[in-house]
Design a protein around this ligand. Structure first.
Ligand code: NDP
Length: 278
């Protein structure tokens, strides 16, 4: 890929905010119907992107806050939003859906891979099926989504940015939360991202991860219902003494997808309130 000229660099210096814009960038968001993925999709629309959300769930209803944000972004910035029902474990279906998006839009510029599952089960009770399911969605599903998107970028000789959602659980064991396969899957996402970054760097494709701390979503709601004391114990485990919300990861996603992070790849943005490793 071409070296940036002095002129490019002078231009960038005088337009800092423009570097963060995603105007007309085509971005795929897996897990885009709920939680982190939905909030990321919303942020990308507000940054001017054309968003294609993939999920097993249907798109949020027309009377939701999300739909209102999407409508406002469409009228003010020309953003567009489409939903596609697809299971990220299905490589063939993923290839068809992502290929169809690239065909329709003529390009794909980015990916947020947020589809993921969580299961709390003691290690001795885990079945091979449970472990396969967890790794199937959180590792193979993320891998195949990244592959489908990168394939279209490489085919079109386009650069791009892929953001994989990991977790702080990929590097720490969470005391009082027994999710061995989940934590293993998130560790795998970190290493997967570094390898994809290395392999696809020559095509101008950047691959980074965001590793969040505990976020208030449907995923954590079930863990709180199982052990209510966690509502106080978990905030206590980080330096800010609170849980986080999906909105607190929007800026990182926009940054990583945009030109503002043009020399960043193979990196992990850990956003965990200063979680103290247990
Ligand atoms: P949610 O469960 O709220 O949302 C996950 C979304 O992904 C759901 O819409 C889900 O649909 C979809 N999904 C799951 N499996 C598949 C699949 N096979 N194919 C397509 N879509 C699928 O989770 P969060 O928003 O909390 O989590 C999003 C990401 O953030 C995950 O990768 C998670 O591991 C990560 N994360 C979350 C943290 C938290 O505290 N919540 C902390 C750190 C990381 P369905 O309901 O059909 O399964």
């Amino acid at each position: 890929h071409q070296t940036r000229t002095q002129r490019d660099r002078d231009r960038d210096r005088s337009h800092l905010l423009r570097e963060f814009s995603l105007k007309d960038r085509v971005v795929v968001v897996s897990g885009g119907a709920r939680g982190v993925g939905l909030t990321q999709a919303e942020a990308l629309l507000e940054a001017g992107a054309v968003v294609h959300a993939l999920d097993r769930l249907p798109r949020p209803p027309q009377d939701s806050e999300f739909a209102r944000v999407a409508e406002r972004a469409a009228s003010e910035l020309g953003s567009r939003l489409s939903y596609h029902r697809v299971d990220v474990r299905d490589q063939k279906a993923l290839g068809e859906v992502v290929g169809g998006i690239a065909e329709k839009e003529g390009r794909i510029d980015g990916l947020i891979a947020a589809a993921g599952i969580q299961q709390e089960t003691p290690a001795l009770e885990y079945t091979a099926e449970d472990a396969d399911k967890m790794l199937g969605v959180n590792v193979t599903g993320v891998f195949m989504t990244a592959q489908a998107v990168a394939r279209e970028m490489i085919k079109r000789k386009q650069k791009g940015s892929l953001v994989l959602i990991g977790s702080m659980s990929g590097t720490v064991a969470n005391r009082g939360l027994i999710c061995p396969a989940y934590n293993a899957s998130k560790a795998a996402v970190l290493q997967l991202a570094r390898n994809l970054a290395s392999e696809w760097g020559e095509h101008g494709i950047r691959v980074n991860t965001i590793s969040p701390g505990y976020i208030v979503t449907a995923m954590t709601a079930s863990l709180f219902d199982a052990v209510p004391e966690r509502r106080t114990a978990w905030p206590d485990a980080n330096m800010l003494k609170r849980l986080s919300y999906p909105e607190e990861y929007r800026g990182a996603a926009v940054f990583l997808l945009s030109d503002a992070s043009s020399f960043m790849t193979g990196a992990d943005l850990r956003i965990d309130g200063g979680h103290c490793a247990w």
